[in-house]
Design a protein around this ligand. Structure first.
Ligand code: COA
Length: 217
C-alpha cells in the first residue's frame, strides 16, 4: 500500500524522526503525493477537468501544486511542502527529496515538453528553481535557492544563480569581503581616479578665475 511505503520512507529520511501518527496526519508532502495519484489517474483517463479539480483540492489542503499530468515516481518526499510547484511535463524519479518553495517549471510558452526530469535520489533544496526541459541526474543535489537552467550530471552538487558546482563560484582570495571581483587593472583604475580628480580640480580653478581682478583671460 503506497501510504505505508511513503510513511516508512519519510520516517527514515526526516531527521525529526516523526511518529507514524505524525506522518499520516500531519505531513502535507505525503498527502500531496496521494492527491496527485488520484488526479493523475483521472488525467490519464482524459477526465481533465475533474483531474484539475482534484489537483486543486490537494493544493488547497497542502500548499503543494502538482499538475495532474506530471509523472511522479515512488517514495517522493516533499518536506514542509508549502509553495512547491511541479509542472505538467515534469518527471520525478524514485526516492527524490524536494523541500518547500521548489519549482520544477517551464521557460517556454509553447505546449509540449517544457519541464525538468529529476532522476532518482536527487535532492532539490528549499526555494530552488529548476527550469526548462533539463535533466537533474541521479543522486544530484541542488542547493537551496539555486536557479538551474542547464543539466546537472548524476551525483553532482550545484548551488547559486546560475547554478554551478560550488568550486566554480569560488572568489579570488584577494577580493575584500562583499566585493564582487578583484579589479582587473588596479594601476589603471588608480590612474583613472587621479585623472577624474584632476579634471574636477581644473573645473574648480576655472570657476574661481573670473572673481580675481588680475585674472587674465
Ligand atoms: C547544496 C548543498 C546540498 C551542499 O551541501 P554539501 O555538499 O554538504 O556542501 P557544503 O555544505 O560543504 O558546501 C560547499 C560549498 O557550497 C556553499 N554552499 C552550500 N550550499 C549553498 C547554497 N544553497 N547556495 C550557495 N552556496 C552554497 C558552501 O558555502 C560551501 O562553500 P565554500 O566551499 O566556499 O565554503 C546544501 O548546502 C544545500 O543547500 N542543501 C539544501 C538543504 C535544504 O534546502 N534544507 C532545507 C531544510 S528545511
Amino acid at each position: 500500500m503506497e501510504i505505508i511505503e511513503l510513511g516508512r520512507s519519510i520516517r527514515s529520511r526526516d531527521p525529526a524522526r516523526p511518529s507514524w501518527a505524525e506522518v499520516i496526519f500531519a505531513y502535507p508532502g505525503l498527502h500531496a503525493v496521494l492527491w496527485h495519484r488520484m488526479a493523475h489517474f483521472l488525467w490519464r483517463w482524459r477526465l481533465r477537468g475533474l483531474a484539475r479539480f482534484v489537483s486543486h483540492l490537494g493544493r488547497f489542503l497542502t500548499g503543494i501544486e502538482i499538475h495532474p499530468g506530471a509523472t511522479i515516481g515512488r517514495r517522493l518526499f516533499i518536506d514542509h511542502g508549502m509553495g512547491v510547484v511541479i509542472g505538467e511535463t515534469a518527471t520525478v524519479g524514485d526516492d527524490v527529496t524536494i523541500y518547500h518553495g521548489v519549482t520544477l517549471g517551464g521557460l517556454s510558452w509553447n505546449p509540449g515538453k517544457r519541464h525538468p526530469d529529476i532522476e532518482s535520489e536527487a535532492v532539490i533544496g528549499a526555494g530552488a528553481q529548476v527550469l526548462g526541459p533539463i535533466r537533474v541526474g541521479r543522486g544530484a543535489k541542488v542547493g537551496a535557492n539555486a536557479v538551474v537552467t542547464s543539466a546537472v550530471p548524476p551525483g553532482v552538487t550545484v548551488v547559486g544563480i546560475p547554478a554551478r558546482p560550488p568550486a566554480e563560484h569560488a572568489q579570488d582570495p584577494s577580493v575584500g569581503y562583499g566585493l564582487p571581483r578583484a579589479p582587473l587593472d588596479p594601476v589603471g583604475e588608480q590612474l583613472a581616479a587621479m585623472r577624474e580628480e584632476l579634471d574636477r580640480l581644473r573645473a574648480e580653478i576655472e570657476a574661481l578665475r573670473p572673481r580675481r581682478p588680475d585674472a587674465a583671460d
